[in-house]
Design a protein around this ligand. Sequence first.
Ligand SMILES: Nc1ncnc2c1ncn2[C@@H]1O[C@H](COP(=O)(O)OP(=O)(O)OP(=O)(O)O)[C@@H](O)[C@H]1O
Ligand SMILES: [Mg+2]
Length: 441
Amino acid sequence: MTASTPGSATAGQAVLEMRGITMRFPGVLANDHVDFDVAPGEIHALFGENGAGKSTLMRVLYGLYQPDGGEIRLRGEPATITSPAAAIQQGLGMIHQHFMLVQTLTVAENVALGVKSARGPLTDLGRVSSRIRELSRTYGLEVDPDAYIWQLSVGERQRVEIIKALYREVSLLVLDEPTAVLTPQEVRDLFGVLKQLVANGMSLVFISHKVNEVLELSDRITVLRAGRKIATVAGRDATRDLLTQMMVGREIAAVEVRPDTHAGQAMLAIRDLRVIGDRGAEAVRRLSLEVRSGEIVGIAGVSGNGQRELAEAVAGLRQVAGGRVEIAGAGVTGLRPSGIRKAGLAYVPEERMRDALIGDFTVAENLILVGSADPAYSHWGFLREHPEAHHGPRTVRLAAGAAGGPAHPRHRRRGVGAHPPAPGPPARQRHRGPRHLRRPR
Ligand SMILES: Nc1ncnc2c1ncn2[C@@H]1O[C@H](COP(=O)(O)OP(=O)(O)OP(=O)(O)O)[C@@H](O)[C@H]1O
Ligand SMILES: [Mg+2]
């Protein structure tokens, strides 16, 4: 399996060499003559701020984009990688910022998807499941092969993605911002898994903009800024200041944050709340808490312990099995999401690309999704031609600014409430999504 693959490279020979990679998008030079290489058994971090070109460089490697210039060598041999399937065949794996799993299939079905079975067209899912259990045990990647993806927490989905790569026996795995969606405890677990992967001979590219993580994990760190490679430094020589300076191109003054401890009346009051999870078990058991005005309340816990169910119940997206929820003193238990919104609650879900945004719609269209029945936006059931004109130009301007440009030419596809298309390069290429709306920093 994986452990034996890098052994085929002669000692010290790079697993990957990328030379002079140039990748242009309309109006953006995303990669400008970038050099990057990975040694056997190393964790090499690609570090840089939003839009530096990290994902693009790795998407070129994974065959998702054909570069405008440059060359790629794998274990010393020139490589042409025209598709992800070709990349996987050459031992490359990539776990994207937004996972690429099919929600309505099980873990085992997702892992088997796209892998040719030795037994012809019929995949033996029993064998896939037992291989998954084996990999789970070896790497401490706990996951139930028979669970459906939609039932899993974000951390569990990430484990499925890693198992998928292991199942395909990749020798170089790229992880694109893998910690962005994880709790601190899950980050610890993930780092343990990554260290074990390299101990077994795999090479890793770890994309991140978090300096502490990069310092903790990496053998080497390559810094990208505005599409250019700034430097590659050894992990042991790197410091926080050096990396941040290289990332932004100037020194950063320390910012002092003073918490505002003034807290007023209860804006959210939850009493004895009970919520049933997707698998029929009680996910929230008699939980009570209060959030007062002026307060930030953190809810800590390993994912999969009821946080999502709690948030969904409070937002009216999941039935409440018992207890009571009040917003600003008014009971909202059992109300539909629209009623709860009217009471003053806004909800930003864990997986925004899946549950809150439609990637193919403009920023303005996304902004009016929940209010599309409002006469300002629609008339006799039809959307007005320029709903953004009615939205309050300031909001739309702000959102368009956050998205890095004006609202995009609209696609004539409609269907408010439809699922977003699978995130991926073709959609991005057509239409840059509202980047800053979907990414926690
Ligand atoms: N498919 C695309 N079409 C047009 N422009 C794109 C596309 N993908 C990326 N870009 C642009 O190329 C630049 C580099 O983007 P990239 O996604 O590689 O950055 P990144 O370093 O991964 O940033 P982030 O931390 O936000 O993920 C950005 O200006 C981005 O807007
Ligand atoms: Mg990226």
